[in-house]
Design a protein around this ligand. Structure first.
Ligand code: FES
Ligand code: FES
Length: 219
């Protein structure tokens, strides 16, 4: 009489899987893992070499800033912000985010507010650039600057040159803006100190001062 094999006590006899069935499924899986590991540990293919690009030659640029003509050597990548500060020494224009979010670097180009951090210096050739220094009459403040002082429209003051230039541009386009127009016109300039209420008030005061000023000062 043949003795029947009883696998029920075999520790591998679980869940209806026999020892033979278990080995039959585990061995191919182990081989698959080993092959995958080998593939992962194989050295990666070297990336294709990147062709070298020769640095562009500096260009001679003629810039008109605050009514004065300057000749400077600039690289094609130089921003107007960099050239104003580093090459012309006009440090009133402030670098903030340097990616078009805060407005600290605002200047006027042909009378219109622009972020100088997002403007290439070469783009400004042949245009009239005005910085916060250009609003002064000698030692005397311009109407917008005067209004910011009168309305206490700053705390740390870092954003103020940009705010003043944005307000100047707004008032050149619209001499008598409503509060909503002021809010909209100044919306590209952030103030981390949160002096917005004073800034908006200063723009209203600046509008009055500009109207009262002689034409050459009211611009
Ligand atoms: S520095 Fe130009 S927008 Fe912030
Ligand atoms: S006054 Fe400080 S960020 Fe505007």
């Amino acid at each position: 009489m043949t003795e029947e094999r009883d696998d029920r006590n075999d520790p591998l006899f679980t869940g209806g899987v026999s020892r033979r069935g278990f080995l039959g499924s585990v061995v191919p899986a182990a081989v698959g893992v080993a092959v995958a590991n080998e593939a992962l540990s194989a050295p990666a293919k070297a990336p294709a070499p990147v062709p070298e690009v020769a640095a562009a030659e500096p260009s001679k640029l003629t810039l008109t800033v605050n009514g004065r003509t300057h000749k400077v050597l600039v690289e094609p990548r130089d921003t107007l912000l960099l050239v104003l500060r580093e090459k012309l020494g006009l440090t009133g224009t402030k670098p903030g985010c340097e990616r078009g979010e805060c407005g600290a670097c605002t200047v006027l180009i042909d009378g219109v507010p622009r972020y100088s951090c997002l403007t290439l210096a070469l783009e400004a050739e042949g245009r009239q650039v005005t910085t916060v220094e250009g609003l002064m009459e000698g030692e005397e403040l311009g109407p917008v600057q005067q209004a910011f002082v009168e309305e206490d429209a700053f705390q740390c003051g870092y954003c103020t040159p940009g705010q003043v230039m944005a307000a100047e541009g707004l008032l050149r386009a619209n001499a008598d803006p409503t509060l909503d127009e002021v809010r909209h016109g100044m919306s590209g300039n952030l103030c981390r100190c949160g002096t917005y209420a004073h800034i908006f008030k200063a723009v209203g005061t600046a509008a009055r001062l500009r109207k009262a000023a002689p034409p050459e000062k009211g611009r």
